[in-house]
Design a protein around this ligand. Structure first.
Ligand code: KIV
Length: 272
């Protein structure tokens, strides 16, 4: 298959840091399966996130909370098989790192051993620091995630923009520094004011990837099904749709159904 990207070198956490240093923006997208990951990697995305948004996108759950460790490992293994260049980061699912640092490291090691992914992502700041440190001490790269952290939706009660008030913004800045000091290689900031995200990106030396966090950060991430226009019931302001696959797929499937009903498919050349 012809890869669209010229640069075939494997993306590493070190290369992401160098990209920040020279002001090159980092592209990141989610993937949950082999076929999509192969396309996304071939098109040149730098980081592929096996997001726990698989819970919504792949399984139809209302939140990310129900997805299990084994389900995340299944998605991660499928993605890793399709990727040659991008850094593959896997979300640790809800409940697998919040109980204590010993459980966190056991679950982190299991994901890395079985999936062969490159790094893990954990949601939260000071509250989960012991787990973050323990995992990094074991040699596993960790990406932090602050702002709107969907695993805490039941605490927030809403998917609205986070850290608009000063107290929450100050905590987010402090958490970003704590995560950097703990050794995180990167940080996702979700749905926070652009000015705050820009401030965090300028204060920390690790790459900051935004989703709904404006353009003043070091890179952007979107959920693949949203940016390809497969989902049409989700239209936050930050989402740019690069295709309308909902229409394309509906049209193609409708055409197929019509052809079968009309005995137009298969034709003579499409049989043995
Ligand atoms: O699970 C996910 O897709 C994410 C992104 C929205 C950053 O965490």
């Amino acid at each position: 298959m012809a890869y669209l990207s010229e640069d075939k070198r494997k993306v590493t956490t070190q290369r992401l840091r160098e990209m920040k240093q020279r002001g090159e923006k980092i592209s990141m997208l989610t993937s949950y399966d082999y076929t999509m990951a192969k396309i996304v990697d071939g098109a040149g995305v730098d980081v592929i996130l096996v997001g726990d948004s698989a819970s919504n996108v792949m399984a139809g759950n209302q939140t990310t909370l129900p997805i299990t460790l084994d389900q995340m490992i299944y998605h991660a293994k499928s993605v890793v098989r399709g990727v040659q260049r991008a850094l593959v980061v896997v979300d640790m699912p809800f409940g697998t790192y919040q109980v204590n640092a010993d459980e966190a490291i056991a679950n982190a090691v299991k994901i890395m051993k079985v999936s062969h992914a490159d790094a893990l992502k954990l949601e939260g700041g000071a509250e989960i620091l012991p787990s973050v440190k323990h995992i990094i001490d074991a040699g596993i790269p960790v990406m932090g995630h602050l702002g709107l952290t969907p695993q805490s939706i039941n605490k927030f009660g809403t998917y609205a923009v986070r850290a608009k008030e000063e107290a929450e913004a100050e905590k987010l800045i402090s958490d970003a520094h704590l995560l950097e000091e703990a050794g995180c290689f990167s940080l996702v900031l979700e749905k926070i004011p652009a000015v705050l995200a820009q401030r965090v990106a300028s204060e920390v030396s690790i790459p900051v990837i935004g989703i709904g966090a404006g353009s003043g950060v070091d890179g952007q991430v979107l959920v693949i099904a949203d940016m390809l226009g497969m989902t049409c019931d989700f239209s936050p302001r930050f989402l740019r749709r690069y295709a309308n696959l909902f229409e394309v797929i509906t049209g193609a499937v409708g055409h197929y159904v019509e052809d079968v009903k009309n005995c137009d498919f298969p034709n003579e050349k499409e049989q043995y």
